[in-house]
Every structure is written in structure tokens, then in C-alpha cells.
Design a protein around this ligand. Structure first.
Ligand SMILES: Cc1cc2nc3c(=O)[nH]c(=O)nc-3n(C[C@H](O)[C@H](O)[C@H](O)COP(=O)(O)OP(=O)(O)OC[C@H]3O[C@@H](n4cnc5c(N)ncnc54)[C@H](O)[C@@H]3O)c2cc1C
Length: 329
């Protein structure tokens, strides 16, 4: 058994939230480490263009990720790439043990979980290949790229219903493709959807394949009716997939309060129901999930960690949270 590596704070995941938390932790002179299973960037590495991050009218996702990382490193951030965290557990002495698949244990009095989430994939040919080339999992991020175009939305829950309606701000025509004969979404969302003349629902149908043109941009979907097995082509330049999004919270050992979708509940300081365990970004229960919200959460979390550690060192009671009266989205 290897000796535990000691830090003030361990940050799990190097997406926008993790990199921002590392920057602030570095500026606070905390001994911090960021454990990332892949390379720093998170969902920014799957994003072609970002056009809604203040100060950058338009920037490639991977360029923004590089800037975030370089900025954090300037303040002393210690990134460990290829470190897959398998569990984070609070010990009886109040310290956390964060374990990686390599068998290393990182011990710290505070942890910030910034592990994001994963959009559920359809698992069909063309989906991964054309991600960012017409395949998207984020309407608010990518909708504006489809002005006056014909696009498709896949799903039948709240996200698909709401985002299909939202996307008609840009697209001339939106097909909502659903594998059943009724939607699971709330009635108010359905009402809005059915009243929107730009939307047409294709029932009992699945997408079997996404096809691209010579330039590698999505231009056609192969559809199949699940009842009749009839196949047909649909011309579309974009396909937005909303069949679920899973927060990456499975690594937490013990009960951390979460909402019905599994997102972590925090107080106003980004602390979860487990004292010393903070959460920021897409992993957290909140109204929207964007780069701006991820870095905002992370700023609060890192500063709250500094105060938490100071209170622990001074033997004080950890400060009460201002204003929320509990754990909320
Ligand atoms: C296709 C797409 C386009 C988008 N476009 C935009 C946009 O234009 N503008 C915008 O504001 N937002 C956009 N978003 C949303 C934005 O990318 C996210 O809100 C943001 O990346 C969240 O940051 P995060 O750090 O919380 O999580 P993530 O970016 O998901 O980062 C989480 C990190 O944690 C790592 N990780 C997870 N589990 C483990 C583990 N067990 N061990 C170690 N590491 C782990 C992951 O590898 C990842 O690097 C888009 C999202 C998608 C999917």
C-alpha cells in the first residue's frame, strides 16, 4: 500500500470548473492538486466554437481550455492527467481519501468535485464522428449555428421538448423525433411545443444513422419506424440529442444529498451535505450548465475551501452558510 499524498485540497476533474478552482486555490496559496482522467478541458474539448463566454466573441473550445489551463498553471496549479478517480471517502479523522485507478491515495481535509456530467449517447453510426459538425447535446450553446436551417431533436422528455421549442428561435424547421407515441415531458412544455408551427413531431421513430456531406457536415438522418420498421431519410443539417445527462457522482462513497436527477445539492458556498466536500459546475444541481456558471461555482467553492480550512486550523466552528437555509439547487 502506497503512502497517502497530502494536500490542502484535491480537485476532481479539469474542466472549466476544475481549472478555475485550481486558479483560485493557487492564488490563495493552498497546496492543491487537480486529478483529471483525460486531458484538461472537459466538455470544452468537445465544443467547436464558444460564442457566449464574456470577453471572447468567438473562440474554439480547445483554445479556451488551453487559456484556462495556462492561467491556472501561472498561479501554481498542479495538474495530474490520466488520473481516473475511483472513489472519494471521508475518513473517521475528517480527512478525505481520494483514490485513483493507479492505486494512489490523495489525502486532504477538503475536496472539490468538478467531475461534470456525461450526455447519454444514442450509440448510432455518425454520432461521435460528427459531434460538433452538426451533432450537439447543447441547444443554448449551439443553437445559433443553425439559423434558418432544418434540424432534428431526439428525445421525449422535458429537455427535448423545451429545447425543440427554444431551437425554433434559430431554425426554420425543427423535427422532434421520439421513439414512443407520446411525450414524457410536462404538459405545459408539450402545449408550447404543439402550438409551435415550426415544430413537427415524428412519432414511434428512431434515428439509425447520421450521415454527412463531402465536407463532413451533417446533412441526412436515416430514420426507422419502430412499429412498421419502415425506413426513411430526413434532410437535416443538425441533430440535437437529449436522451439524458448523467452527473459523474458515482465516485462519492457515502450519502451526499442530491436531486432526483442525481445532481449534487450544495449550499451557497458550494458545500455538499458532507462537510468539506464541495461541488462546482455541471455536477451540481442548478438552473443551467454553462462555462460561465461552472467558473462562477468554482470561484465560490475555492474561496469557501480556504475559509473552511482556516476555520479548521483555528479550531473554530466552520462558518454557517449565509442565506440559503439549507441545500438547494
Ligand atoms: C457539445 C457541447 C457544447 C457546449 N457548448 C457550450 C458553449 O458554447 N458555451 C457554454 O458556456 N457552455 C457550453 N457547453 C456546456 C459546458 O461545456 C459545460 O457547462 C462545462 O464544460 C462544465 O464544466 P465542468 O468543469 O463542470 O464539467 P466538464 O466540462 O464536464 O469537466 C469535467 C471533467 O472532469 C473529468 N472527470 C470526470 N470524472 C472523472 C474521474 N472519475 N476522475 C478524473 N476526472 C474525471 C472529465 O474528464 C472532465 O475533464 C457545451 C456542452 C456540450 C456537451
Amino acid at each position: 500500500m502506497k503512502d497517502a499524498l497530502r494536500y490542502d485540497v484535491v480537485i476532481i476533474g479539469a474542466g472549466p470548473a476544475g481549472m478555475c478552482a485550481a486558479l483560485y486555490a493557487g492564488r490563495s496559496m493552498l497546496k492543491a492538486v487537480v486529478l483529471e482522467r483525460g486531458f484538461p478541458g472537459g466538455e470544452l474539448l468537445n465544443t467547436e466554437l464558444v460564442e457566449d463566454y464574456p470577453g471572447f466573441e468567438s473562440i474554439l473550445g480547445h483554445e479556451l481550455a488551453e487559456k484556462f489551463q495556462a492561467h491556472a498553471v501561472k498561479f501554481g496549479a498542479d495538474f495530474r492527467n490520466g488520473m481516473h478517480v475511483t472513489s472519494v471517502r471521508k475518513r473517521d479523522d475528517g480527512q478525505f481519501d481520494t483514490q485513483t485507478s493507479e492505486g494512489d491515495v490523495y489525502r486532504s481535509p477538503a475536496v472539490i468535485i468538478t467531475a461534470g456530467g456525461t450526455p447519454v449517447k444514442l450509440g448510432i453510426p455518425g454520432e461521435l464522428e460528427f459531434a460538433g459538425k452538426g451533432v450537439s447535446y447543447c441547444a443554448i450553446c449551439d443553437g445559433a449555428f443553425f439559423k434558418k436551417q432544418t434540424i432534428a431533436v431526439v428525445g421525449g422528455g422535458d429537455a427535448a421538448t423545451e429545447e425543440a421549442d427554444f431551437l425554433t428561435r434559430y431554425a426554420d424547421k425543427v423535427y422532434l423525433i421520439h421513439r414512443r407515441d407520446s411525450l414524457r415531458s410536462s404538459k405545459i412544455l408539450q402545449k408550447r411545443l404543439f402550438e409551435n408551427s415550426k415544430i413537427e413531431v415524428i412519432w414511434d421513430t428512431v434515428v439509425d444513422r447520421i450521415e454527412a456531406d463531402d465536407q463532413g457536415l451533417v446533412h441526412r438522418l436515416k430514420l426507422r419506424n419502430v412499429r412498421s420498421s419502415e425506413e426513411k431519410d430526413l434532410s437535416a443539417t443538425g441533430i440535437f440529442i437529449f436522451v439524458g445527462f448523467r452527473p459523474n457522482t458515482g465516485i462519492i462513497t457515502g450519502h451526499a444529498a442530491h436531486d432526483e436527477m442525481g445532481y449534487l445539492l450544495t449550499d451557497a458556498n458550494m458545500e455538499t451535505s458532507i462537510p468539506g466536500l464541495f461541488a462546482a459546475g455541471d455536477v451540481r444541481s442548478q438552473l443551467t450548465r454553462q462555462v460561465t456558471t461552472a467558473v462562477g461555482d468554482a470561484t465560490t467553492a475555492a474561496i469557501a475551501v480556504e475559509k473552511y480550512l482556516k476555520a479548521l486550523a483555528d479550531g473554530e466552528k466552520v462558518p454557517e452558510i449565509i442565506g440559503t437555509g439549507g441545500y438547494s439547487a
